[in-house]
Design a protein around this ligand. Structure first.
Ligand code: PMP
Length: 329
């Protein structure tokens, strides 16, 4: 019998890099990554019934400490996203943090890193539904640098893909299945030569990037869409709202943003765990402001990186040390 061809091959772009963690936190304990298996019939793999989170750990050289940014807030959102899928997680935010610390230590991570948190229906059963299923929880961590290569001046397009709406697939939670929508927007943008895509919602308002919230600045005043505009309730968005208002003295309105406001903005930037604070300097081949990173974005980025690396005492509570205690410090 002629063997069937193996996987299909895509020739138009380089293959994505495979990440090779050594360990995973799975089923309540740290285990070798290679042992953390799921089967082909896993519900989440077939139907997208998973929720996830992305966290960053920042290495602080002076303190020889890995500081994880707002882990309890990330785990709260993971649990809330899970509730949208009728998933009751047995572990609390504190349990997840304890699990993450053991994982980070097992991996010996003493560098900037990314953490993927995942809750998914692990049943190997047939049937599209959300009830009567069993959630599983996993954490993986690995060294990580930039998500958007051009953080200082990204070129974005307005995607022809529309953001999923709350009555279609709740965008406020990080639901795995809805990231097909993000992936469509992101690939079309990248393959057309842009760094990122902005997506509009059902009302035609600017909603967010494929994996970032968006802010515009005009006449010294910032604006970002409210949580009722089909955005993900971003933790970096919340961080930046506070830093802009409390620290940099910049007023921010949470209000719908029209497409053409982006063309007239002095500054546009994206926020996200991956993108951190990314300046947008071109939208659809039009310069934003003067076509380079604006003053408010630049001041915000400086403050943001001080804060996430634990160098601003006022916001130190957001930075959770991974190594303290184990080493008798
Ligand atoms: N929107 C989407 C669609 C995202 O995937 C992300 C990344 N998690 C964000 C916004 C930013 O959220 P956060 O700041 O919590 O990472």
């Amino acid at each position: 019998m002629t063997p069937l061809p193996q996987d299909s091959v895509q020739l138009d772009s380089p293959p994505a890099r495979t990440i090779e963690p050594r360990f995973a936190f799975f089923r309540g304990r740290v285990m070798p990554y290679a042992d953390a298996h799921v089967g082909l019939l896993t519900h989440a793999l077939n139907y997208g019934t998973a929720v996830f989170g992305g966290l960053r750990g920042y290495w602080n050289e002076e303190e020889a400490e890995l500081l994880v940014f707002r882990p309890l807030d990330h785990f709260r959102r993971l649990r809330e996203s899970a509730r949208l899928l009728r998933m009751e997680l047995a572990c609390s935010e504190a349990d997840l943090w304890t699990g993450l610390r053991s994982l980070l230590r097992a991996e010996g991570l003493r560098t900037d890193c990314y953490v993927r948190a995942l809750a998914f229906y692990g049943d190997q059963s047939l049937g599209v539904r959300l009830h009567g299923l069993t959630p599983e929880v996993a954490l993986v961590a690995f060294p990580f640098d930039r998500y958007v290569a051009n953080e200082e001046g990204a070129h974005v397009c307005l995607s022809s893909w529309q953001r999923v709406g709350d009555n279609v697939l709740p965008a406020r939670g990080k639901i795995a299945g809805s990231y097909v929508n993000s992936a469509l927007a992101k690939s079309d943008a990248e393959l057309a030569g842009f760094d990122e895509a902005l997506v509009l919602n059902d009302h035609g308002h600017v909603c967010e990037g494929s994996a970032e919230n968006v802010f515009v600045v005009r006449g010294g005043v910032a604006a970002t869409p409210p949580v009722s505009e089909d955005i993900l309730e971003g933790i970096t968005r919340r961080t930046v709202l506070q830093l802009l208002q409390e620290d940099l003295g910049v007023a921010v309105a949470e209000r719908p943003i029209d497409r053409t406001e982006v063309f007239l903005a002095d500054e546009v930037f994206l926020t996200g765990t991956g993108a951190q604070v990314t300046a947008v300097t071109r939208v659809d081949h039009r310069s934003v402001g003067e076509g380079r990173m604006g003053e408010i974005t630049s001041r915000l980025r400086q403050r943001f990186f001080q804060v996430v690396r634990g160098r601003d005492a006022r916001y130190r509570g957001w930075c959770a040390p991974a190594w303290r205690d184990v080493e008798g410090r």
